[in-house]
Design a protein around this ligand. Sequence first.
Ligand code: CO
Length: 222
Amino acid sequence: MSQSYEVIFENNRKWVESKIGENPSFFEDLAKTQTPDYLYIGCSDSRATAEELMGAKPGEVFVHRNIANLVNSLDMSATAVIEYAVQHLKVKHIIVCGHYNCGGVKAAMTPQDLGILNPWLRNIRDVYRIHQNELEAIEDEGKRYDRLVELNVLEQCINVIKMACVQERYILEEYPIVHGWVFDLRTGKIIDLEIDFEKVLKDIQKIYNLSEDTWVMSRKTE
Ligand code: CO
């Protein structure tokens, strides 16, 4: 798997050539602007690439990645990405994509002191605590690990929906829609967890309502 550092520049040269070969103004067009429809929030894991697994081209997906695809309200990086994607790029879909065999999720299931990673992984331990009954009813450890990956995606979707910019934009424009996916490294397939966005939004607005235009929501659900 390992390759020399210089190979990357060689690959880049070939990539530039092939893009210009397909379309001589490719980079000229690319430099003009970006209008992606998707915000992808995924894990930093080197195997769970964002664009490649979706077959997406440059300009199509705005991307944020961190360990275990977490969305924490105190994380300025993730919240700034979401704010920018929703308010300025006006993305239509926000995808939180976890993956099976996630080292971050595994570490959170393991009792050990991991230094600076502790407060980060605590977010996943919190997901475990919220869903403790369901998780501990699963006897098979591998299946419990898979389920925690899925529940972590669900909770991070909820964290996205808690944000005022998401609630307000949705009420005005009926987008962005938030989706939860799991990338299965064992098959290469994306699994859509089919989160009922409207239902989650309605449920969490009982507590996390940050939009003044709630009447639209109540009218829409009549
Ligand atoms: Co991971």
